[in-house]
Design a binder for this molecule. Structure first.
Ligand SMILES: [Zn+2]
Length: 167
């Protein structure tokens, strides 16, 4: 039985392999397993188990070794889960997210934004000037949008995340 009581880890896994997949790995016994044996033991469809395991494998959360039956030529997959790698994966995701927010902040600081009263879309100066500051969706005038609150929010989030990484 896999212990995934951490809600962040559960969420991460659910995004990766779906709630069906989470259900499957929670039913798996610890140690090395053979997919067909588990499928029979816990009564889950073998394709569902394989899909889940290969998805985990792609994300370095599972590994396998193959054994060929010399008589039948049939391949057996012996799987091992490496769910302790999730923390590393989460760290990577966190850093990726932080990079994205920093990029977004640069974009916000480097541009001037325009919107119409109907909030159809948000345009950067270059785009707004191409349509003479008329919203291409509704035809209303485009007015300058102050993004100071947004950039402040981004800066706050970045410093929070930076301090988590630094600690
Ligand atoms: Zn509009």
């Amino acid at each position: 039985m896999i212990n995934t009581n951490d809600p962040i880890i559960d969420q991460y896994l659910a995004r990766l392999i779906g709630s069906d997949g989470v259900g499957i790995i929670k039913k798996m016994p610890p140690g090395e397993i053979v997919d067909e044996v588990v499928a029979a033991d816990v009564g889950i469809d073998i394709n569902g188990i394989r899909r889940t395991l290969f998805k985990l494998y792609e994300n370095r959360l599972a590994s396998y070794r193959r054994e060929r039956n010399p008589e039948t030529g049939w391949l057996t997959y012996h799987w091992t889960l490496h769910l302790d790698n999730i923390e590393n994966r989460l760290d990577l995701e966190f850093e990726k997210l932080l990079d994205n927010i920093k990029e977004r902040l640069t974009f916000e600081l480097d541009n001037t934004f325009y919107i119409c009263n109907n909030n159809c879309a948000r345009f950067i100066f270059e785009t707004a000037s191409e349509t003479d500051f008329i919203c291409p969706v509704c035809g209303e005038e485009l007015i300058h949008q102050d993004n100071e609150k947004l950039t402040h929010g981004l800066i706050g989030r970045i410093s929070e995340m930076d301090s988590v990484l630094g600690s």
